[in-house]
Ligand binder design. Structure first.
Ligand code: PLP
Length: 428
């Protein structure tokens, strides 16, 4: 076989309008600390940590060494049935100690979308074995993002990710609720009937939907609403976990103890693909007893030994270098650096100061994609999220000067694009 479309890459990129990608692909070949280098030799300050993943920064040789040693010993062995591998077992013990849930068990996956798929399946399975088979509907919030597997595609509150597959929901029995309005959520619960609802899922700080922190009291209120109605409460900590919210898990910060917690990204800081799900005793208890049913879930790479070693080495770095504490300290530095943008022309809202992450929402008439391009040309990677919001979430090892540079670059880019007479926001 040949590639009969020479010059057109065989790689079909993610979330990409392919004709717009051709000829202007940014190929990243190397990364060190908070910087990455392109194949054209440009060095870029990575203000988005890739896709929110590179919490400890790029190019850590400790992880490379640990991974190489593990592959020499055993690449992996599966964890189906009575098989397990040593590293998956020790990682699970470690995660349980860090978990924001008492006495949790851990199921490992290959990434965030896997973790979402698993959590929603387990929520439904839980109610089946409890003898409440009608409890099947998964509630998720408007603007939410839980990956793009079939279940994630079905529950996302970012509409364009749901569209185009025919039918209202790729996996049936899902429903959207308001982002922050507890009364509005209670109204949906009343309308749908708690007896039909398996779970509600929430990102503690919404990420891809535009970096939206929870309204004060929202998360404890949501947990109470869920508990009062026998609805499982699932926290999606794929972005916020492992330090991004200034604590190991955002649930600690906001004082909630969910029934399940999704993990990925910062679990390995992206050094190898790995995700997981923390499960509270109220769910796992039924599956660990004599005469217990089987939960038929599992992936060849659940608990992949080499990915688990990368997670261990990543958590070692977070702990030894006090990077979670550093993330907490940098939260206000980023907030201060962006503060003058609140009143800048072309800016609708700056959302910062909750977690080491920020979203700068632009007016509709300011083209966020053009702002992103301008930032990249000036040497800083800043991405445009849905809702015309610029995403900023640097690695935790970034310096205060680099945070200033990020803010200055973004300010100049917005000024430049805003000054263009024909600027029109596309929103992505
Ligand atoms: C909150 C959240 N959940 C789930 C996912 C999906 O993770 P992955 O892309 O690793 O499948 C993401 C990815 O951005 C996310 O932000």
């Amino acid at each position: 076989m040949t590639n009969s479309s020479p010059g057109i890459p065989a790689l079909w990129s993610g979330q990409a309008h392919m004709p717009s990608v051709l000829g202007r692909q940014l190929v990243i070949v190397e990364g060190t600390g908070a910087y990455v280098t392109t194949s054209a030799g440009q060095t870029l300050l990575d203000a988005t940590s890739g896709l929110w993943h590179a919490n400890i920064g790029h190019g850590r040789t400790e992880i490379a060494d640990a991974v190489a040693a593990q592959i020499r010993k055993l690449e992996t062995y599966h964890v189906f049935g009575r098989f397990a591998n040593e590293v998956a077992l020790t990682l699970a013990e470690r995660l349980v100690k860090l978990a924001p849930v008492d006495n949790a068990k851990v199921i490992m996956t290959s990434g965030g979308s896997d973790s979402a798929d698993l959590a929603f399946k387990l929520a439904r399975r839980h109610w089946q074995v409890q003898g409440r088979p009608d409890k099947r509907i998964i509630l998720s919030r408007e603007r939410s993002y839980h990956g793009l597997h079939a279940f994630g595609t079905s529950v996302t509150g970012i509409e364009f990710n749901r569209e185009g597959y025919g039918g209202p929901s790729l996996v049936p029995e899902t429903r959207r609720v308001p982002t922050h309005d507890l009364d509005g959520i209670a109204a949906v619960v009343a309308e749908v009937g708690a007896e039909n609802i398996a779970a509600i899922v929430a990102e503690p700080i919404m990420g891809t939907g535009g970096v939206i922190p929870p309204a004060p009291g929202f998360l404890p209120g949501l947990q109470k609403l869920a508990n009062d109605n026998d609805i499982l409460f699932i926290a999606d900590e794929v972005i916020t976990g492992f330090g991004r919210a200034g604590a190991m898990f955002a649930c600690e910060r906001f004082g909630v103890q969910p029934d399940m917690v999704l993990m990925a990204k910062g679990l390995t800081s992206g050094y190898l693909p790995l995700g997981g799900l923390l499960v509270a005793p109220g769910i796992w208890g039924r599956f660990y007893r004599e005469n217990a049913p089987v939960f038929r879930h599992g992936l060849t790479y659940s608990g992949h030994a080499t990915a688990s070693v990368a997670a261990h080495a990543n958590i070692d770095i977070l702990e030894k270098e006090f990077l979670v504490e550093r993330s907490a300290a940098l939260e206000s530095v980023l907030h201060d650096a962006l503060s003058s943008l609140s009143s800048a022309s072309g800016v609708r809202e700056v959302r910062s100061g909750v977690g080491f992450m920020a979203g700068v929402e632009l007016d509709e008439g300011v083209n966020g994609e053009a702002v992103s391009e301008h930032c990249i040309d000036a040497g800083v990677i800043i991405r445009c999220l849905p809702g015309n919001t610029m995403q900023i979430c640097p690695p935790f090892i970034v310096t205060e000067d680099e945070i200033d540079r990020i803010a200055e670059t973004l300010t100049t880019a917005i000024e430049t694009v805003n000054a263009r007479p024909t600027a029109a926001a596309r929103g992505v």
